[in-house]
Ligand binder design. Structure first.
Ligand SMILES: [Zn+2]
Length: 620
């Protein structure tokens, strides 16, 4: 029996080995020169449509099946070159029936490996059979313990910026837009969802079909699978979540229909049919991801008082800036995010009033100033709106620069021309570039042309876009509420007493500003009173918790430690994890404590968060 098993093992190893080598290799590989973070030859070959046929295997943490790419090859190029990373390619067939030669290029740590496929004359369809790696960077396989319900596993993808290639061989560059469809098979207990037309209920077969008839770039390919239920919030919008979260989420997002109509009134009709939100388990590393028709959102925005729903306004705004008009390269990322933060501010102002919107923007500008302070010392070139990310990971461009400096640039332009003229420009811009991609230089040319009707106004576009730091022309955001809190802070610190603290009409953002602007030493003697009066250590509001724990670390208030530890064990959003771990590294004891917590918590983190924190703790 023992011998027999060994023999069988050898035979199967042999079979796997021969199978992986038996396909015909490319005779002479073309020169592989990545441009804009892709190896694909998208300049020569048009990708028109992509069809996915995948089964979801939770046990082995893999997706298995095929992708069929419909192409147009007008110049009769001999090769189709696609991006892949961590993928196991099994076979490639032309027109999904004829075997062809194919080879993988050398591995690049950031870009992965090019898949070069030999084409026949007139090839219209290429099918790639493959399966994913359990460690694929875009795929987060959650164990039941990592979900809210604790009973079922959960899968979600995060394709931005260049991780789509870790679960779909494709032209993984925002310059390429294509329509897609999919057939997904999964265990009957679960409901799969995509950035496409969705089913609202599980079916008895476990097979689901999806269509995305509008062209999207690869970074918006998205899939989630789990024990998910749906609740409608209006005619064309609703929320998906684990059953334990569904009612809470529906209550928090009750203003969604209002947001959709406010956005449409500002910059033109919503172009994607439905707009639904999927609330993910807590390990999602970002606030939200604007997957078309189905925003992925962190549960950390569910505060119980709607005070963090600006994130939904942000993701919704991406339905115009980003999804409808897309940055052509990651160097132009500010065109996605700067426009979106500006748009988000306008939606918030329309629904919740100018005072509240100003307070939110004022807090964002505070964060931008903080970011600028450190970046000017370490990477001043990255404080330009137009980035230079060649040879680097495009994730390096994700900072307050693209988001808030970008938005302040648009506010500056609004101030120069007046809101009416600027809104007309934005409407024209979205309309002109819809379903297309745009570079910074095309934006400038379009802007100059459109605004030439007002030759006396001379905005300094060059300085805002190509110079480092923040121009002196940056508008000042005046917020009455922020001034009210600042006055309280002065009195509290002067008197070493909390008697001037008036928390009536306090929202999450009031607390955030207060906690961030306390001088840690000046309020050291007040920490316990603050904690017992307002229950800050025990808070369940992720934003308040983060700022409170930071203050506690800075002035050594130990009573919050068990709660902070619990927070780091359950929250996976990088925005919260990074500053807390960083603050802990400032002392040797803190660093030890951080490493101890991280070792226990990392299993629950997404690779995006895990990598950032690991670098922070172990590079020192
Ligand atoms: Zn965004």
């Amino acid at each position: 029996m023992y011998k027999y098993s060994i023999g069988l093992l050898c035979l199967s190893i042999l079979l796997i080995f021969s199978n992986s080598c038996k396909h015909k290799q490319i005779d002479k590989m073309p020169k592989l020169q990545p441009v804009n973070h892709t190896y694909s030859n998208y300049d020569s070959i048009e990708l028109k449509h992509l069809h996915l046929d995948l089964s979801v295997d939770f046990e082995h943490k893999k997706l298995k099946g095929k992708v069929v790419l419909e192409i147009n090859n007008p110049s009769n190029c001999h090769f189709l070159i696609l991006d892949t990373k961590q993928l196991e390619i099994e076979d490639v067939k032309l027109e999904d029936s004829v075997s062809t030669a194919w080879s993988l290029g050398d591995e690049d740590k950031i870009l992965g490996r090019a898949l070069v496929i030999d084409l026949a004359k007139g090839t219209k369809k290429v099918a790639v059979y493959y399966h994913t790696d359990p460690e694929a960077e875009a795929l987060m396989w959650l164990s039941p313990e990592q979900t809210l319900g604790k009973k079922h596993p959960f899968l979600f993808t995060q394709s931005q910026a260049i991780l789509a290639r870790t679960w779909v061989p494709c032209m993984d560059v925002p310059a390429v837009r294509f329509t897609y469809s999919a057939d997904i098979t999964c265990d009957k207990q679960y409901l799969p969802l995509m950035s496409a037309s969705n089913n609202f209920k599980k079916n008895s077969l476990g097979k689901y079909h999806f269509d995305m008839p509008q062209p999207i770039p690869s970074y918006l390919l998205a899939l989630a699978v789990g024990n998910i239920q749906f609740k409608s919030l209006g005619e064309n919008c609703g929320v998906f979540a684990e059953p334990e979260m569904l009612d809470k989420a529906a209550k928090e997002f009750v203003d969604l229909p209002k947001m959709i109509s406010a956005a449409g009134e500002l910059y033109g009709e919503y172009a994607w049919g439905r707009y639904d939100i999927l609330v993910l388990p807590p390990s999602f590393p970002f606030g939200g991801m604007e997957n078309p028709r189905l925003t992925f959102a962190t549960p950390t925005i569910i505060a119980g008082d709607k005070s963090l729903v600006s994130l939904v306004a942000h993701e919704l705004a991406h339905s115009w800036s980003g999804n409808l008009v897309t940055n052509r390269t990651w160097d132009d990322f500010w065109l996605n995010e700067g426009f979106t933060v500006y748009f988000e501010d306008r939606i918030m102002e329309k629904i919740y009033g100018k005072d509240y919107a100003d307070m939110l923007m004022s807090i964002s500008v505070g964060e931008l100033e903080h970011t600028l302070e450190s970046m000017m010392a370490t990477a001043p070139g990255d404080t330009k709106l137009k980035l230079s990310l060649k040879g680097r990971n495009p994730d390096d461009g994700v900072s307050d620069i693209a988001y808030v400096k970008g938005a302040m640039f648009l506010k500056y332009l609004e101030g120069l021309y007046g809101r009416k003229i600027f809104d007309d420009f934005l409407n024209a811009y979205f309309n002109h570039f819809k379903w297309k991609t745009v570079t910074t230089e095309e934006f400038i040319a379009y802007f100059n042309n459109h605004m030439s009707k007002w030759p006396k106004i001379k905005p300094n576009l060059e300085e805002w876009i190509y110079a480092i730091g923040l121009p002196s022309s940056c508008p000042k955001i005046k917020s009455k509420e922020i001034e009210r809190i600042d006055a309280m802070i002065v009195k509290i610190q002067r008197d070493s007493s909390l008697k001037s603290l008036d928390t009536s009409r306090f929202t999450t953002q009031h607390w955030m500003h207060l906690l961030r602007h306390f001088n840690p030493d000046s309020v050291k003697s007040l920490m316990q009173e603050l904690d017992t009066t307002y229950g800050l250590s025990k808070s369940t509001n992720s934003e308040i918790q983060c700022d409170w724990y930071l203050l506690c670390i800075k002035n050594g208030y130990k009573a919050a430690e068990p709660y902070m530890e619990q927070y780091l064990m359950t929250v996976g959003r990088r925005k919260f994890l990074e500053p807390i771990y960083e603050a802990l590294t400032k002392t040797p004891e803190g660093l030890e404590q951080a490493k101890r917590i991280f070792n226990r918590a990392e299993k629950g983190y997404h690779a995006v968060s895990r990598n950032t924190i690991r670098e922070l703790l172990f590079a020192k």
